[in-house]
Write a protein that binds this ligand. Sequence first.
Ligand code: NAP
Length: 577
Amino acid sequence: MPHVITQSCCGDGSCVYACPVNCIHPSPDEPGFGTAEMLHIDPDACVDCGACVTACPVGAIVADTRLTAAQLPFVDINAAYYPPRPAGAKVPPTTKLAPVLPAPRPEHGGLKVAVVGSGPAGMYAADELLTQARVRVNVFDALPTPYGLVRAGVAPDHPRTKAITGLFDRMSRRDGFRFYLNVTVGQHISHDELLEHHHAVLYTVGAAHERRLDVEGMHLPGTGSATELVGWINGDPRSAGLPVDLNHPTAVVIGNGNVALDVARILTTDPEQLAATDISDAALAALRTSAVREVVVAARRGPAESAFTLPELIGLTTGSHVVLDDADRVLVRADLLAAQDPVTRAKLEVLAALPGADAGADAEPGRRRIRLAYRLTPTRVLGADRAEGVQFRRTGGEETVRLDAGLVLTSIGYRGRPVAGLPFDDAAGVVPNVGGRVVDPVTGRPVAGAYVAGWIKRGPTGFIGTNKSCAMQTVAALVGDFNDGRLVDPVRRAALLDKLIRARQPDLVDAAGWRAIDDAERSQGAGEGRPRVKFTTVADLVAAAQSRRSPRRGGGHRGGGHRGGGHMDRIASWISS
Ligand code: NAP
């Protein structure tokens, strides 16, 4: 088998279009694409050309001769996606390629779009819009740094996944692209004002707020959400001062999605391994003195309903010490007998092979570990002045189960928040829309000029690359409306937007400012053998943006910020057009 897709598959499908023999599936036009946990290379059809390796933005595709021991399980995962064939039967290379959806083409020039949110959905949307000439896209973000959860949510020990920022950096250098960072839409500029300067406003603001667990005791010190903890680990300025108490040997994480696994893994990884990542300095210092020895990941349903994905489970079990107690092993075996779906079966087989909780403790007494636990419905957090544990009811029964813990984290999913000026579906936590067009839920009519993509459009599911097809659908709707004359031409000149925002937010960070931050963080990291050392306060980020001090890449940022040259000159001439 020449090439294998591994754990960090982002699912954006770039490899599918690069493959000359259409051997990577599901492809974006196939029904399973939206729900697949990863893409798979057909081992019999792959012609070993390596085109997919070049196309993959996260380095997830590896030649079979170069797989690490931890990546070997992915050989079988890729192969298992395809139906069994008679031994020796050769699959002829196909000449049928995955159909490339034509980019929507504005029929006349001058389309101007504001994208609010610079995470993956915003960046893919901007990129799709800018495949056409004479389109201009202004991307706004409330933080001084772009890329949303790629910077603030992806775990620091997943550097391949974070490498997608290289793709986003290239997108941001396209003609017609402009960053307005450290600018809050709704505070520094309103939706209506954006519409005065653009044909449309496309919201890609995500759903980066935790869902709350409504049980007694969740207010106690020692409780918190995985979302906040991930932000703290990643140096997100909004979580910089989070009080994280790691003085108790046990932590409990409620919920067992991929975020729960991320948190459990970081809390149990040797801090010296994390020291080589871009983890925040404060989190690293706290983890170095952490007393946590066991993290229990508690799911309310059974093993077959585990919310984590197979690639992440494999990554966890090959890198961390993961155990299962006897009662949960019985549940795994029972679910294995009933499981039909191959991905669920594969997950259960991995779980069935885990060491027992007792055996693991005896064999490696000092090693930090993760215990996966099932059928535990949380009923209250125990403790008077601070969290001392969690009380659960055995799901489907009456038995009460108590786990002592000094840190109780909920990891029960994300939730979108209302966007000023737009309708909101409170039950689903999304902006009501049809294919990305915002609609009024009462009349069912589109809200003129308003669009959504990403988690605020479809809810908090999928992977980074899922946002590509999601954004493409919205952009197709937006460009279609533009071509049909349903969008109002902006009444104000582009130069006035810049003036307005600079007047209201003197600490605006533009593309040059972001590159200065990026350069400064990377050069701080280089001295320590780390990808970057992050600034973790808005003040430090803004100071780095304004200093333009980095000497990297030929000193291109010295001498005048957005009047610097090249791309910046083009932007300057665009502003004054
Ligand atoms: P998630 O996958 O939706 O998992 C949520 C978990 O919370 C489930 O186990 C769910 O159990 C549980 N839960 C919900 N309400 C609960 C309640 N009231 N009491 C107890 N448990 C409750 O959410 P997530 O982990 O936040 O992930 C969000 C998305 O980001 C997912 O699509 C995920 O794959 C993606 N992501 C991917 C990566 C990666 O690829 N490396 C990393 C992070 C996140 P039930 O199933 O019983 O409802």
